[in-house]
Write a protein that binds this ligand. Structure first.
Ligand code: LLP
Length: 422
């Protein structure tokens, strides 16, 4: 459910026509719907009502300050994976005690910043990391709240690049050894064993893997209790998919699958949703530059590219493509929708049936809110797109389009000794 709909054959974001946004702000352009963001947060919160669950938005999915502020104001915490993300949270006045810190490669400086900020817990992913956190906490004279991220060794049935819960992935500590890790953690100074965490992958479209993970962590929690290790938090990660093409379960079924095996466990829950909160709340609007016909194919060349939205080539992801202005009737064509970047991997869609398009038309790549802008790069010296948020009949730019000066900021033209002949 989202608020990108046609009115009189014009694609609107809430009550604002997206062609007007493109005229005013240029393309490619990321457009977010505030009403959709809020609605997604509410639906997910409702699904977990009755349980003691903190929603920590996995901000890697969309980390614009205004989006963070919107979720923070609704009571969300945040799942962060870098000090940069921590600083974004602090910049919008987020409650540090609702922040969890995930990731396999935290530096000492990042651990220190997180402890100084007073975050809820650090999700530790390896034995050496446990030792580093203990050491940094000792140096700062604080107790570090930690959880161990367990790898439950299961197949979440998603694309290999976004699957994390099987035993040969780099994530988490091995399921069979979690007990040993906690026993070791207990011997280290300045650690508070606050919780247990897990995350099995992303864009998961069945409840089965979530249920299996919950059952497995329930077993671990019981075993730890028997060993005298009592925890406060159980962090169940993120991963619920959205309907790009497939039909994921509704949040209520997802919540039931997770909570079912854990009803009587008596811990506070944390979830780390990213995509499900923001994916369908954003689109990428792009303009057709050329329609190029060869003897074997038709290419619709647009001004957006893989540097703006890399998901199609990186994960073979499907993003629906809609015309911003819909002409009624008319033939459809089959085309590859491609960008200007000098790579064959620079495509948004292949062999896609589209309405007839011509130079100047606007197209919308749907469901681009998650892992869209945040994965954008400056490849081919392309400035990153602007981001705008619509709220009812109003819109506000939340990130300016980059300029050439932004592109070269920090670069220097140095004089190299010896000159051109050296
Ligand atoms: N928690 C942890 C520890 C994670 O690693 C992730 C995502 C999440 C939560 C949020 O997962 P979500 O609810 O969004 O599925 N760039 C890829 C997705 C990468 C996901 C990385 N980790 C894509 O565009 O599909």
């Amino acid at each position: 459910m989202n608020y990108f709909t046609y009115k009189d054959n014009r694609l609107f974001a809430e009550d604002v026509a997206t062609d007007q946004l493109a005229e005013a702000l240029g393309t490619p352009l990321y457009v977010y719907s505030a009403r959709t963001l809020r609605r997604h947060f509410r639906v997910l919160s409702d699904a977990f009502k009755g349980s003691d669950t903190l929603i920590c938005f996995a901000m890697k999915a969309l980390s614009n300050l205004s989006v963070l502020k919107l979720f923070g104001d609704m009571g969300a915490g945040f799942d962060i994976v870098s000090v940069g993300e921590l600083m974004r949270c602090l910049r919008v006045g987020a409650d540090a005690h609702k922040i969890v810190f995930s990731g396999v490669g935290k530096t000492d400086a990042e651990i220190e910043a997180a402890l100084k900020a007073g975050i809820l817990m650090i999700n530790v992913e390896s034995r050496p990391e446990l030792h580093r956190v203990s050491e940094v906490a000792r140096r700062l004279g604080v107790q570090a709240p930690v959880s161990l991220r367990v790898n439950p060794d299961l197949d979440p049935g998603t694309h290999p690049h976004i699957s994390t819960g099987h035993r040969d992935s780099k994530f988490g500590v091995p399921f069979a050894q979690v007990g040993e890790y906690y026993a070791e953690a207990r011997t280290l100074p300045n650690l508070e064993l606050a919780g247990l965490s897990t995350h099995i992958g992303s864009q998961i479209t069945e409840t089965g893997p979530f249920n299996e993970a919950a059952q497995k962590v329930a077993r671990i929690v019981s075993a730890l209790r028997a060993d005298g290790i009592g925890l406060k938090y159980l962090d169940l990660g993120g991963g619920l998919g959205i309907p790009y093409q497939e039909e994921p379960p509704p949040p209520s079924e997802y919540a039931a699958a997770l909570l079912g095996p854990l009803r009587s466990i008596g811990l506070k829950f944390i979830i780390e949703p990213g995509r499900v909160l923001v994916g369908n709340a954003g689109i990428l609007v792009t303009r057709v530059l050329y329609v190029k016909e060869t003897d074997v194919k038709r290419f619709v060349v647009v001004d957006g590219a893989m540097n703006d939205l890399i998901r199609p080539v990186l994960y073979e992801a499907f993003h629906e493509i809609r015309p911003v202005l819909r002409r009624s009737g008319g033939p459809t064509v089959t085309a590859d929708v491609v960008g200007p970047v000098c790579e064959s991997g620079d495509f948004f869609a292949r062999e896609r049936d589209l309405p007839q398009v011509q130079r100047g038309d606007l197209l919308a790549l749907m469901s681009a809110g998650a892992y869209g802008f945040v994965m954008a790069s400056n490849y081919n010296s392309r400035p990153r797109a602007a981001e705008v948020i619509v709220n009812g009949a109003e819109y506000q730019v939340v990130r300016e389009r980059e300029t050439f000066e932004d592109l070269i900021r920090g670069e220097k033209i140095v004089t190299l000794k010896g000159g051109p002949d050296a």
